[in-house]
Design a protein around this ligand. Structure first.
Ligand code: DGT
Ligand code: CA
Ligand code: CA
Ligand code: ZN
Length: 575
């Protein structure tokens, strides 16, 4: 059981309890869930090593919650949770996925309108029954309908960043099996799409071990249902709702199978056409000419035999990459682990969890040479946003820390400055002027008409102190659409003003999306890849941003924090 699964159960308990108006307890469960989700060490390991005492040593975990965690670890289930779920008349996990609906509102909707699930909610909203409830109104009703439409379109795919931990666990497990080699997760996961539908795992093995590998695969503890169980192909549904396919292939077909199951389908179709034009046939077993196998063992030899340069998985969407590969003109994509800095982090001065010093140390550990501290500004009161006075004392503290860390890492003075409704900034110019990095971002009035929203952001990035537009479209993957804004216009203004657009790597943001990254690359607008870290554990997100950048065909030249500090700062000053 992964930390995130345990956290998920505790979080759901907090929601059930919240719905029943029980005081204090929901907070306790919510808090414990938050801590466990962020914990680096596996809770299972902690329990193995130190038992229940180890669990109660986790901050926010008291005796009663520790007992629950123990039950989850030992049995994979929790009676208390199952009962809460059974006793709650509504499908809370389904309904809370609608943006803006929390347990309290759901309770009211159930009491007043008998709403139990998404279908009921949609019906009531369509019949305009929600707008008349006290505290709801027409706008809320519209937002609920939008939220449902969005969920139906996106809700069943999982965010890449959420899939990685357990996907890698599965992979590690399979790698340890006798007779299994070259375990690779193909499909959209390998292409690093921002969300994935299911996991497609490939294993190379001889026929002798394959039955054993399959037996192991379908009998793992996380498996909820076996969808198929054969000698070379099996499929399971895990308890967390995700489907996993496993295919076993012989070594001589590995490259062909990998290319086939990595996709995308559109890329594959185009590749097969090229093979046909050359009088060959390409499938998941090999590339053949007549009866002769031309290639199949590796992807490289297949691309080569087709007269193409090797195409990185992130580019395989048939969006022009094959044409470039024919002419050996593919861009050299920015590499994983190649960032020098991180230009958006939040400390405990606002809504971050850790001190500036702790962030700097963690950044050093992740191999970074500079980070900007960009705490929120006062308009975001719920984050304890900084006013001028506090920002100035923070700047003084950063000066002190830089003396201490001298030469090891550079901490930049920054701000995530709120863009106000009219496009002005939430901090006076003469303060912003003294910062190294000014990020500007929208955190309010998401529903302005397109023309106004665009004008608002254009005005903000026209401020000479604004360096980077943070999370430029405001979308939350699977949860909230981008606000309505003309990104072509923003990109063309950014080109003129020298504004950097951010690729925010925080998993649920992934903002910019790949299509916009490509537009920036084409327009020559520079970008930064930032973790938006709110704790020392978040620097690991940076590679998700690199993945997104690669899907947008970005090179090192496009990403300013892949550059050495001097060059990066020079660009921010003059840009
Ligand atoms: P997903 O799971 O929806 O995020 O997207 P993928 O790309 O992982 O798609 P999936 O899981 O349906 O199939 C994995 C790969 O297998 C896909 O990327 C390409 C290949 N594939 C699946 N069906 C077909 C097909 O009908 N024709 C071809 N050429 N390839 C296919
Ligand atoms: Ca897939
Ligand atoms: Ca699949
Ligand atoms: Zn923000």
């Amino acid at each position: 059981m992964e930390n995130r699964d345990i956290a998920r159960i505790l979080f759901e308990i907090s929601e059930y309890l919240d719905m029943e108006d029980i005081p204090f307890k929901p907070r306790a469960y919510g808090k414990a869930a938050e801590v466990i989700r962020e914990l680096e060490e596996s809770v299972g390991e902690i329990y193995k090593k130190a038992g229940i005492k180890g669990l109660t040593d986790i901050p926010g975990v008291g005796a009663s919650i520790a007992e629950k965690i123990e039950e989850i670890i030992r049995t994979g289930k929790l009676k208390y949770y199952e009962e809460l779920k059974k006793d709650t008349p509504v499908k809370l996990d389904e309904l809370t996925r609608v943006e803006g609906l929390g347990p309290k509102k759901i309770k009211r909707l159930h009491e007043k309108l008998g709403i139990k699930n998404l279908d009921d909610l949609e019906k009531a909203a369509n019949e305009h029954k929600i707008r008349d409830l006290e505290d709801f109104g027409v706008k809320t009703e519209e937002n609920i309908l939008d939220g449902i439409t969005f969920l139906r379109q996106h809700g069943t795919r999982i965010i890449l960043g959420d899939a990685i931990p357990f996907a890698e666990t599965l992979k590690d497990r399979l790698e340890k099996l006798p007779g299994a080699s070259k375990v690779t997760i193909a499909g959209s996961y390998r292409r690093r799409k921002e969300t994935i539908g299911d996991l497609d795992i490939l294993v190379v093995s001889g026929s002798k071990s394959s039955a054993k590998i399959m037996d192991f695969f379908v009998n793992q503890q996380e498996v909820d249902r076996i969808l198929a169980h054969g000698p070379t192909k099996s499929s399971v549904r895990l308890r967390n709702g995700i489907d996993v396919d496993l295919r076993i292939v012989p070594g001589e077909s590995y490259g062909a199978a990998l290319a086939y199951f990595t996709g995308s389908k559109a890329h594959n179709v185009h590749m097969r056409e090229i093979a046909q034009q050359m009088g060959m046939k390409l499938n998941e077993y090999s590339l053949v000419k007549g009866n002769r196998v031309v290639a199949g063992k590796s992807e490289q030899e297949i691309y080569k035999a087709l007269g193409l340069s090797y195409v990185e998985p992130e580019m395989r969407e048939d969006l022009g990459e094959i044409e470039l590969a024919k002419r050996s003109r593919l861009p050299k994509l920015i590499e994983y682990g190649s960032l020098d800095g991180d230009l958006q982090t939040q400390s405990d001065w606002t809504d971050g969890r850790d001190s500036i010093e702790a962030l700097a140390k963690a950044a050093m550990k992740s191999g970074l040479k500079y980070i900007a501290i960009t705490d929120h500004t006062k308009r975001l009161a719920m984050t304890n946003g900084l006013d001028e006075k506090r920002l100035k004392s923070q700047m003084a503290e950063i000066d002190k820390l830089n003396k201490k860390f001298k030469g090891k890492i550079k901490i930049l003075k920054g701000s995530e400055c709120d863009i106000l409704k009219d496009g002005t900034l939430d901090m006076p110019d003469n303060t912003l002027r003294n910062l190294d990095v000014v990020g500007v971002s929208v955190h309010s009035f998401f529903n302005m008409p397109r023309k106004d929203q665009t004008a608002r952001i254009v005005r903000a990035i026209n401020n000479p102190n604004a360096d980077i537009l943070f999370h430029p479209t405001g979308r939350l993957v699977n949860k909230r659409k981008a606000y309505d804004v003309d990104m072509d216009e923003i990109i063309s203004v950014a080109k003129k003003t020298g504004t950097v657009l951010e690729i925010n790597a925080f998993p649920e943001r992934s903002d910019l999306a790949d299509e916009y990254i490509r537009k920036c690359v084409e327009a020559g607008v520079r970008m930064s890849i930032d973790s938006d870290a709110h704790s020392v554990n978040h620097f690991g997100y940076l590679d998700l941003g690199v993945a997104q950048a690669r899907r947008g065909w970005a090179t090192k030249n496009d990403i300013i924090n892949a550059w050495p500090l001097d060059k990066c700062l020079g660009f921010l000053k003059n840009g």
